[in-house]
Design a protein around this ligand. Structure first.
Ligand code: G3H
Length: 482
C-alpha cells in the first residue's frame, strides 16, 4: 500500500538514504517503511514551498477565496474515501482503539469542513470597506509565508491536520513532517494532497527532526513554526532560526492537568471522569489528567473505589471491543514509567492497586501511587503514559499554590457538589490555566472552543475559529477620499 503510493509521488523515493520503519505497536511486525530523507531533500522541500509562495498573481497565497475553498473541498472529499485504510493504520501503528481511531478520522474530516465554513465567514466579515477620517480601508487576513508543521504521534492525523489545514486554508505554503509513530497513515492521503492543491503548497517530508527540520529552520526562511509535541524539540528548532524573533510560533506543548476532588464531590461521576481523564489512550494525551488532588476527608473512600475501577479496565488489541488499555507505541515507555514508579516508592509512596506496575510485552499496567509529594518525579514530569499520582490536600489553597508554581497551565478539572457556586475559586483557576472543567475531565474538544495554554503549555490558539487567525495576519489596502 505505502510503496505503491510513494512510487507515484513526485520523486519522493529518489535518493533515499535509508528507511524509517513502522512496526505494529502490539507486536514487532514490519508494516511498511517510508524514506528517511536528509538535508538535501529537506532544502528541496523548502525551495518548493518558497517558490509556491512567491509565484505572484493568482498563485496560492493570492488565489481567489472561492478557488482556494474548491481545492480544500476536493481534498476533504478524497480524504473521506480513505477512512478504512487510515483507521487501520492508526490502530496498527500507534495502538489506538478502534472507536478512538474512527473518532480521530471523523473528527478531522469535520474539522476540515468547519474550517472551510469559518474561512468563508472570516472572508465575508473582513471583506468590508471602512472609512475613518477620510481614509478608506479594505482590511483582510493574509497568509504569513512558509509554515513548517510537525505533529505528535498520539494524534498523528488529527492534531497534525489541526495545524496544516488552517495554515493551508489561509494561503500559506507548508512543509509537513509526519510524527515518528503514525508515519504510514499519511501515505493513503498523498494522492489527495497532490491532486487537490497546486504544486509546492503541501510538501511532505519524512525523516528525523534533526536531519530534516533543523536544516530547514537554519535557513531562516521559515515564517511559522507550528508544532504539537514537546518543548525540547520546539526550543531546539526555534533556536536554529537565525532570526528567531521574526518567527511566529504556533505551539501545543506539555501539560500536567490536575483533577481537584473536593470532599462533597459525587464520587460515581468523579471516578468515571477520572478514569477517562487519566487512562484514555493510556494517558498519552496532552489533555490527560496527570495528577489527582483529593481532599483528605474523602481520600480513603476515593482511593478504594478508584483503584477498583482502574484494575477493572480491559487491556487488549486496539480492535477488540471495550478495550481502554492498549499497547504503547514507544518501545522505551514502560521502562520510563517504571523509573517514575521506583522513584515514588523510594520516596514514600505506595502502589494502591493490585495490578499496578505489572509489565507484559510493551505495556505496563497503570499504577495508582499514593501519597505523592512534590519531590517525586511522577509529580514533576509529564508522564504521558499509564501511571496515576494522587496527592492528598486539606485546604484548596494547596493545589492552587502548586498550580501557580507549575511550569504548565493548560486545563484543570474541578469536582464538587456546588462547584457552579464557587465563582471566586473558578476565577482563580481560570487565571492559572486556560480551561476550567467543572465535574468533567479535561479535553480539547469540541474543536470550536479555544485550545491553548499558559506558560510552557502553548503559544497561540488552535481551534476551528482561532487557528485561521493564528496562521494569518491582518493586511489592508487604503485609499484617500480625494
Ligand atoms: O494530546 C493532546 C490532545 O490535544 C488531546 O486531545 O483532549 O481531544 O484527546 P483530546
Amino acid at each position: 500500500l505505502v510503496d505503491g503510493v510513494l512510487k507515484e509521488w513526485d520523486g519522493a523515493t529518489e535518493d533515499v538514504h535509508s528507511t524509517i520503519s513502522s512496526t505494529e505497536s502490539y507486536a514487532p511486525t514490519l508494516l511498511g517503511s517510508v524514506p528517511d530523507l536528509g538535508e538535501k531533500e529537506a532544502l528541496e522541500a523548502l525551495d518548493s514551498a518558497l517558490k509556491a509562495y512567491n509565484k505572484g498573481q493568482g498563485a496560492w497565497p493570492t488565489m481567489r477565496v472561492k478557488d482556494r475553498i474548491d481545492c480544500m473541498e476536493s481534498f476533504v472529499k478524497k480524504m473521506e474515501t480513505k477512512r478504512e485504510e487510515v483507521v487501520k493504520l492508526l490502530m496498527w501503528e500507534i495502538g489506538k482503539s478502534l472507536p478512538d481511531s474512527q473518532k480521530e478520522f471523523d473528527r478531522t474530516v469535520e474539522y476540515i469542513y468547519d474550517t472551510i465554513e469559518d474561512y468563508k465567514q472570516l472572508d465575508r466579515n473582513s471583506a468590508k470597506f471602512q472609512k475613518h477620517d477620510g481614509v478608506y480601508a479594505h482590511i483582510r487576513r493574509g497568509p504569513l509565508g512558509v509554515v513548517l508543521c510537525l505533529g505528535p504521534y498520539n494524534y498523528p492525523l488529527n492534531e497534525t491536520f489541526a495545524l496544516l489545514i488552517p495554515a493551508i486554508m489561509m494561503g500559506n505554503t507548508t512543509i509537513f513532517k509526519p510524527a515518528k509513530y503514525g508515519v504510514l497513515l499519511i501515505a493513503p492521503l498523498m494522492e489527495a494532497f497532490q491532486s487537490s492543491f497546486p504544486n509546492g503548497v503541501v510538501n511532505i517530508i519524512f525523516g528525523r527532526g534533526r536531519t530534516v527540520a533543523s536544516p530547514i529552520m537554519g535557513t531562516g526562511k521559515v515564517d511559522v513554526l507550528a508544532l504539537i509535541g514537546n518543548s525540547k524539540s520546539a526550543n531546539a528548532l526555534q533556536n536554529q532560526h537565525p532570526k528567531s524573533n521574526r518567527l511566529r510560533l504556533v505551539l501545543g506543548l506539555e501539560a500536567k492537568n490536575p483533577a481537584i476532588v473536593l470532599s462533597d464531590a459525587d464520587l460515581d461521576l468523579t471516578i468515571d471522569e477520572c478514569i477517562a481523564g487519566t487512562l484514555s489512550f493510556n494517558g498519552q494525551r496532552c489533555t490527560a489528567l496527570k495528577v489527582v488532588y483529593v481532599q483528605n476527608d474523602i481520600a480513603e473512600e476515593f482511593n478504594t473505589r478508584f483503584v477498583e475501577a482502574v484494575d477493572k479496565q480491559k487491556f487488549g488489541n486496539p480492535w477488540d471491543s471495550g478495550v481502554k488499555l492498549t499497547p504503547l507505541p514507544e518501545p522505551d515507555k514502560p521502562e520510563y514509567i517504571q523509573g517514575l514508579i521506583d522513584d515514588a516508592l523510594a520516596k514514600g509512596a505506595k502502589i494502591l492497586n493490585k495490578k499496578g506496575g505489572k509489565r507484559f510485552d510493551n505495556y505496563i499496567w497503570p499504577a495508582v501511587l499514593y501519597p505523592v509529594t512534590k519531590d517525586m518525579r511522577v509529580y514533576q514530569e509529564e508522564q504521558f503514559g499509564p501511571v496515576i499520582p494522587i496527592v492528598p490536600f486539606t485546604d484548596i489553597e494547596e493545589p492552587l499554590d502548586d498550580m501557580a508554581e507549575s511550569n504548565y497551565g493548560q486545563q484543570v478539572s474541578l469536582f464538587g457538589k456546588d462547584v457552579y457556586a464557587l465563582s471566586p475559586l473558578i476565577d482563580a483557576l481560570a487565571n492559572l490555566v486556560c480551561r476550567v472543567n467543572l465535574n468533567s475531565s479535561c479535553q480539547r474538544g469540541p474543536d470550536v472552543y479555544p485550545f491553548t495554554g499558559r506558560k510552557d503549555s502553548a503559544q497561540a490558539t488552535l481551534s476551528v475559529h482561532d487557528a485561521l487567525r493564528s496562521f494569518s495576519i491582518r493586511t489592508f489596502v487604503a485609499s484617500k477620499d480625494n
